[in-house]
Design a protein around this ligand. Structure first.
Ligand code: NAI
Length: 208
């Protein structure tokens, strides 16, 4: 099946499978039945089978899943076997916090630079990721083969900066700015809104 035909709900569950399988690997578990995996993850075994069947199944009757293989297969499906280079636009609180988080590298996402329009800004990240002025953006993207940009700037600036990134050939935008971007179809935008997640928490707490 073509990746594009698979629902976002299925894709949305894959990182969780990947995380659980990584934990099983760390525990030295080599194989697991879909029933055992379902108990660990709190989803039904049929959900797991259905989700994985979109990509060819991977399980064997009477054997279950080979943890190592399935972990690797899901990594491939998610494109985690490809190294990505990221830049963060906006080196304020959020940009610096993202730059300080070292675990993205483990999944193949390398943050190679921070950019900000404020030339007086102090670079506070603890991982020595360099901070550049916006004038260097085009040259840096071209010379470092950057493919993903993180938008950690106010929404008023996001559309203009996103257009500039697309003109430089950026193919993925991880958008934290509170605005929807309408960009060419070949540019993938993933919006992150922590406050929406918090609102869902609030909703689910009502009446509890
Ligand atoms: P901040 O004010 O600490 O940092 C924003 C930075 O962006 C500043 O350093 C500023 O100089 C820079 N900037 C502004 N316009 C720019 C431009 N055109 N080009 C390059 N740099 C520019 O703000 P903070 O707390 O880091 O938040 C950043 C943005 O992310 C805010 O708009 C906020 O609403 C949003 N945000 C979104 C979250 C989410 O879950 N989606 C969570 C937290 C913040």
């Amino acid at each position: 099946m073509n990746h594009k035909e698979i629902s976002r709900a299925v894709i949305g569950r894959l990182p969780r499978y990947y995380r659980y399988l990584g934990e099983l690997k760390e525990e030295g578990i080599e194989r697991i039945s879909s029933n055992e995996l379902s108990i660990r993850m709190g989803v039904t075994a049929s959900q797991i089978r259905q989700d994985l069947n979109h990509f060819g199944g991977f399980g064997q009757q009477g054997y279950g899943y080979n943890v190592n293989n399935l972990h690797e297969e899901i990594a491939k499906i998610l494109g985690l076997n490809i190294e990505h280079k990221l830049i963060i636009i906006g080196a304020g609180n959020l940009g610096q916090a993202l730059a300080n988080y070292g675990n993205f590298e483990k999944r193949g996402f390398h943050i190679v630079g921070l950019f900000d329009e404020n030339k007086d800004l102090q670079n506070t990240n603890k991982r020595d990721i360099p901070l550049y002025p916006m004038e260097h953006l085009e040259e840096f993207i071209a010379s470092h083969q950057v493919d993903i940009a993180v938008l950690a700037i106010p929404k008023a600036a996001a559309v203009e900066v996103a257009d500039r990134l697309v003109a430089c050939g950026i193919k993925g935008i991880w958008n934290f700015a509170h605005t929807d971007l309408s960009l060419p179809k070949d540019v993938i935008v993933e919006n992150v809104h922590l406050s929406e997640s918090l609102m869902q928490l609030s909703y689910r707490m009502i009446g509890k």
